[in-house]
Design a binder for this molecule. Structure first.
Ligand code: ZN
Length: 215
């Protein structure tokens, strides 16, 4: 029998200013298998997030944010297949990022093998090379690859920012649990796409070095 639990309240910020020099946009697994109805692991709420992610990409491109597209990537016999069925097989249509969010040549497409985009990939290296300290993370699935990437980022002390209307999950419980964990456990900032502005000066002030005595 299903149990009923109350979702603890968590804050959703009405305004978040980001510094383009220190912030990267991470678009997680917006691939045909997850986003298109004929995909192998279709997430019914994912198509509605495409326009929201297009808005984030437009903002990132206008201000020169470093942008990463993660790409779930598997090969025949992958141990994830008994869990999820065959999906995102390298080189197939389902593996490709949806046309509506096509990466540009200056943006990094990052193949990954597990939910966490840091695991077994050069993502941390690529971010640190560029002095990135803040990550805006969107895409799908909110409680799986988005969440484990956000958690992994937070464990490395990146400041995580998740526009909740640019993520999608398979079940509302999973979505709420992921959001609650991000806000409560990882002190990530939950917000919406419209609430994000790029303000170099304001964000630079917010990201100042630790006070004296911290060293
Ligand atoms: Zn997978």
């Amino acid at each position: 029998m299903a149990r009923v639990v109350e979702v603890p309240d968590y804050p959703v910020a009405s305004h978040v200013a980001i510094d383009p020099a220190r912030t990267a946009l991470i678009v997680v697994d917006m691939q045909n298998d997850f986003v298109e109805p004929q995909g192998a692991l279709f997430v019914p709420d994912a198509p509605a997030t495409v326009p929201r992610i297009q808005q984030l990409l437009a903002l990132a491109r206008a201000h020169g944010l470093f942008t990463v597209f993660t790409q779930d990537t598997h090969y025949p016999g992958d141990p994830e297949f008994p869990i999820w069925g065959e999906h995102c097989l390298a080189g197939t249509w389902g593996w490709q990022i949806v046309d509506a969010l096509a990466p540009q040549s200056t943006e990094l497409v990052l193949p990954k093998r597990r939910y966490d985009a840091f695991y077994g990939t050069p993502l941390d290296h690529e971010l640190r090379l560029r002095g990135i300290t803040h990550l805006v993370i969107c895409g799908t699935v909110a409680s799986i690859c988005v969440h484990y990437t956000a958690a992994s980022a937070a464990l490395r002390w990146y400041q995580v920012i998740i526009p909740v209307d640019a993520t999608s999950a398979l079940h509302p419980f999973d979505l709420e649990a992921a959001n609650r964990q991000t806000a409560f456990l990882f002190r990530g900032i939950l917000t919406t796409v419209d609430a994000i502005t790029v303000e170099p000066a304001a964000a630079a002030a917010a990201a100042t070095q630790p006070a004296e005595g911290a060293r």
